[in-house]
Write a protein that binds this ligand. Structure first.
Ligand SMILES: Nc1ncnc2c1ncn2[C@@H]1O[C@H](COP(=O)(O)OP(=O)(O)OP(=O)(O)O)[C@@H](O)[C@H]1O
Ligand SMILES: [Mg+2]
Length: 224
């Protein structure tokens, strides 16, 4: 079976004025369906850059990337956005919920962007996920009425609503106290047990230890 993620020689160079900032310097990596992988490394090593490329939020400067069998290396703009919407669910450190939308509307949003999913189905899928994540009693609330842990679980529901091939989380517990962080990690582990493929960025060794496998990044490269 082909890997879900297969990246070869990924480089990324940011241009800041006249200066080139190399963020990735040739990353090879694969992730199989059903794996739970942690990406770890020091601040500035390129973890978020790598995750953004693997999650089709951005493209590499050079190298090849196949996601779920499709060569997305040269995709850009709308085409990249479509692949991202169908294949990837994202969870961010700062939750990134829409403050004016309630919980159910936030969760249903990726299906609205996708288009072609009737409103009744969007609601149903959002509600089913919120129930599964223990948030049924919060569906009408706005994000600022929730605790940090609840917000992050809403973000996880939003990430899953489109049935993505992969769930990507960048420091999902970074803004949470230890209790809420433990709950979010338990949720992620449960999703993995249920068959979801998960890639999680963290600089916390204890958090990384919960994954099945760790990819260490230093200075834009995978290190042993
Ligand atoms: N948009 C950008 N423009 C210019 N340089 C950037 C940009 N994003 C990241 N960089 C640079 O690329 C390098 C890698 O950054 P990245 O955000 O991937 O690191 P990270 O491992 O996620 O760090 P952290 O643990 O602090 O989140 C750093 O040197 C950073 O300054
Ligand atoms: Mg980062």
């Amino acid at each position: 079976m082909a890997a879900l993620i297969a990246a070869r020689g990924l480089t990324k160079t940011y241009r800041l004025g006249q200066v080139d900032v190399p963020a990735l310097r040739g990353v090879d990596t694969t992730v199989d369906a059903g794996e739970f992988v942690a990406i770890v490394g020091p601040s500035g090593s390129g973890k978020s850059t790598l995750m953004h490329i693997l999650g089709c939020l951005d493209t590499a400067t050079a190298g090849s990337y196949h996601l779920d069998g499709e060569d997305v290396s040269r995709f850009a703009g709308k085409r990249l956005a479509q692949v991202r919407n169908r294949k990837v669910g994202f969870v961010f450190q700062t939750f990134n919920l829409m403050p004016r939308l309630n919980v159910e509307e936030n969760v249903a949003l990726p299906l609205k962007y996708r288009g072609g999913v009737p409103r009744s189905e969007r609601r149903e899928r959002a509600r089913a996920l919120l129930e599964r994540l223990g948030l049924s009693h919060r569906i009408g609330h706005r994000p600022d009425e929730l605790s940090g842990g609840e917000r992050q679980r809403v973000a996880i529901a939003r990430a899953l609503v489109g049935s993505p091939a992969i769930l990507m989380a960048d420091e999902p517990t970074g803004n949470l106290d230890s209790h809420a962080g433990a709950e979010v990690l338990a949720t992620i582990e449960e999703l993995h047990r249920d068959g979801h493929t998960i890639v999680m960025v963290t600089h916390d060794a204890d958090v990384a230890a919960r994954a099945q496998r760790t990819i260490h990044i230093a200075d834009g490269r995978v290190v042993a």
